[in-house]
Design a binder for this molecule. Structure first.
Ligand code: URA
Length: 214
């Protein structure tokens, strides 16, 4: 379940999410711990974000009888991680929704201007018919998220939500303003961005901490 931060932004407040985020925020958490727990957070976020997905039914046969049973059309979902930090959360999402399609978005943050630069994009077909979950652990300036949302919409996506673990108020405002149709789901809204556009208190560089490249 969630607390509403504003009209379009929701804080997932499951106690396990808060606890796990605290663990990976700590600077003593090593790469192994960071990657494993980020994956677990991804799984819990996937459970929370798929609560309202439409269900259909299909005929199945149990060992005792046939019945009409509820089912989800997982192929109608597209998980869209922003490389590379989004891959850690993606693993947790795809553990629990293995049939979801996955579209990769390659964007890097140009260090001097903080602008997002595209270097890769490969999406599944019929994006307009899918719920697309954009995945990036950190919502900082919002430049990368806005660029990723632009890329998804240029390729036809109409129904998009954005999943992240830690958000800065500046980034939330930017995404809410530029893409008012996109709901933002986070675990924590932190205080502010520092002069290098890192979230404070945050957790540092999510990509470096996931892959041990610091
Ligand atoms: N990206 C990160 O990995 N961390 C931040 O604090 C901001 C952007």
């Amino acid at each position: 379940m969630y607390e509403q931060y504003n009209e379009r932004t929701f804080c997932l407040n499951h106690p396990l999410l808060g606890h796990k985020l605290t663990t990976i925020r700590e600077e003593v958490a090593n790469t192994d711990t960071f990657r494993r727990i980020t994956r677990e957070i991804g799984t819990i976020m996937a459970v929370e974000l798929t609560r309202s997905l439409p269900m259909t039914t299909k005929r199945i046969t149990t060992p005792l009888a046939s019945m009409s049973a509820p089912t989800l059309d997982c192929k109608k979902l597209c998980l869209a991680p922003i490389m590379r930090a989004g891959m850690g959360l993606l693993d947790g999402f795809s553990d629990i929704i293995p049939l979801a399609r996955i579209g990769h978005i390659g964007l890097y943050r140009e260090h001097s201007t903080l602008e997002a630069k595209e270097y890769f994009c490969k999406m599944p077909s019929k994006l307009d018919e899918r719920l697309v979950i954009l995945i990036d652990p950190m919502l900082a300036t919002g430049n990368t998220a806005v660029a990723a949302l632009d890329m998804l919409k240029e390729r036809g996506a109409k129904n998009i939500i954005f999943a992240n673990m830690v958000a800065a108020p500046e980034g939330i405002t930017k995404v809410n303003t530029e893409h008012p149709d996109v709901k933002v789901y986070t675990v924590a809204v932190d205080e502010h961005l520092n002069e290098n556009a890192y979230i404070v208190p945050g957790l540092g560089d999510a990509g470096d901490r996931t892959y041990g490249t610091r």
